[in-house]
Design a protein around this ligand. Structure first.
Ligand code: SF4
Length: 510
């Protein structure tokens, strides 16, 4: 079996989902190979560039070896200006390498002005014309060599982001044309959402043999003739990173992605896609998580653990405090009573917690209540102050334009942010999208937001007139212009954002 992580996604860490599948296959002694075509493809374009017609690209080419080396060393993350220059230059090389194919490529995104990843007919077109993809020369050679050598029977793609869709289909089309006998499987987070949207159908049946929603371990094992009961809980497999080139990712030492749960233990926020899709909360028992982390840390010696959970559970936090993994870690957490306890935050810091990502969404209590966030602003305030005192960075996520918000509540969010600007290290600002699936979409007057039969969101007439254009205007003209907010926004690592942010605050960077 061959498992592929297609371009484009942030090339800072190996894909946790594929590692999980590799763990399941290894456990059942099923021969498999891993291809991180995202990392390899981007490096192929970046390292293959040799011509430049402007001063920036000439400079980027000259500094390329130095920048690539530096992005993999901790010292760069002590000097944000040098870091910014390195990221901008390396990104410039990727961008210019794809310009010939008229693709807007960056280290984290892929946009084709002529093809939409939300349109199934465009994905089919990408599959019919793989030679137009800027990664074509890379994946053609790589797949020919790999498939001839490994002779897989099944090829699986894991697709989690829209930025991967067009390249995934280009690669699928290429494989289908050259090796029609292979069984093609497509899974990952985006497929889970698409399949849910299409009522479980496979809209690409002529191209892909199996579309897998949710965790793919049992589906892949079943293809290999291994079946087992999924009830009451799916079997847990330890992720396996042995087949990933961990030294090649653009990070200062390997990052270990680990999912201790799927779904969300809160699962109540109105309009949350997890909730709208009805994804079940399944947590790996804390003892198994700690055993996995112990073994993985020993084996791959990561510089950072990245918890992929929608929210790290209080039980897992307790376990990390009791048995620190010996490596810095970060992830999403819910603002909770536990974090409002300064001693607990200090204990978390001792356990290695470098940063927590907090989905605050709004600084207005009436909005938080209407959206069922289950967050009390006093608690949020104490949490932020405690994290600051404990030395844990706070990456705060704000969401504007929810149905319960108007400009007055958005201004309360601005006030809250300014009042806590010393305790907020990083900010992510987003404009609300209404998931197509789920009950609330049926209660609002909807209108087309995105072109495309695969769109997961729909536009809506805001019940209080606070439409997207007005929200965008407020963010650009008022929110982002406040000096306290601007200072926070300027700190955000360009392109890599939260994936690199923890490295900037880690005192032990050598
Ligand atoms: S905490 Fe996050 S993942 Fe959980 S329900 Fe709320 S928005 Fe969804």
């Amino acid at each position: 079996m061959l498992l592929i992580h297609p371009p484009v996604a942030k090339p800072s860490e190996p894909p946790g989902g594929l590692a999980k599948l590799a763990g399941a296959l290894k456990c059942h002694r099923i021969q498999h190979s891993i291809l991180d075509a995202n990392l390899e493809g981007l490096l192929h374009l970046i390292e293959g560039s040799s011509t430049a017609s402007d001063r920036w690209t000439v400079r980027a080419l000259r500094s390329r070896p130095k920048h690539l080396r530096a992005l993999r060393e901790k010292s760069l993350y002590r000097t944000p200006d040098r870091y910014r220059r390195a990221v901008a230059d390396i990104n410039r090389l990727a961008e210019m390498a794809a310009r010939r194919s008229s693709i807007h490529l960056s280290l984290v995104n892929y946009q084709d002005p002529g093809l939409s990843p939300l349109q199934s007919s465009d994905l089919r077109r990408a599959a019919r014309q793989p030679q137009n993809n800027p990664f074509y020369l890379y994946f053609k050679d790589r797949l020919e060599t790999l498939i001839e050598k490994e002779r897989p029977r099944v090829v699986g793609f894991s697709m989690n982001y829209l930025s991967q869709a067009l390249c995934t289909f280009a690669m699928l089309g290429f494989i289908r044309r050259h090796w029609p006998e292979l069984t093609l499987v497509l899974g990952g987070g985006l497929i889970t959402s698409w399949k849910q949207r299409s009522g479980g159908q496979n809209p690409f049946g002529d191209l892909v043999d199996h579309l897998v929603a949710g965790p793919g371990e049992s589906a892949l094992l079943a293809l290999c003739g291994i079946t087992g009961s999924q009830e009451p809980l799916p079997q847990h497999y330890r992720p396996d990173y042995d087949l990933f080139a961990l030294g090649d990712y653009l990070s200062p030492g390997p990052i270990l992605p680990y999912a201790a749960s799927t779904g969300c233990y809160w699962n109540r926020c109105a309009f949350c896609p997890e909730k709208a899709e009805g994804n079940r909360y399944v947590a790996v028992p804390a003892d198994s998580v700690m055993a996995d982390l112990g073994a993985l840390v020993k084996r791959i010696r990561p510089s950072l653990i990245h918890f992929l959970d929608n929210a790290v559970s209080p039980a897992l936090m307790e376990a990390l405090v009791d048995r620190p993994p010996g490596v810095a870690w970060y992830g999403f957490a819910r603002i909770s009573r536990r974090l409002a306890d300064l001693n607990f935050c200090k204990a978390l810091k001792q356990s290695g917690c470098a940063m927590l990502k907090l989905g605050l969404e709004s600084g207005d209590q009436s909005v938080l209540d209407a959206e069922q966030k289950g967050i009390d602003l006093d608690l949020a305030s104490r949490t932020l102050r405690n994290l600051q005192k404990a030395g844990i960075a706070a990456y705060v996520y704000l969401l504007f334009g929810t149905p319960s918000e108007t400009i007055a509540e958005a201004r309360s969010t601005l006030d809250f942010t300014v009042r806590h600007c010393e305790a907020i290290d990083y900010l992510n600002l987003a404009i609300f999208n209404l998931p197509i699936c789920g009950h609330p979409a049926r209660e609002l007057e909807t209108q087309t937001l995105y072109e495309g039969d695969l769109s997961l969101y729909t536009g809506f007439r805001h019940p209080k007139g606070w439409d997207r254009g007005l929200v965008r205007q407020f963010l650009d003209r008022e929110f982002k212009r406040h000096p306290a907010v601007r200072r926070i926004l300027l700190r955000d690592p360009p392109l890599f954002t939260s994936n690199h942010a923890p490295f900037f605050g880690m005192a032990n960077l050598q």
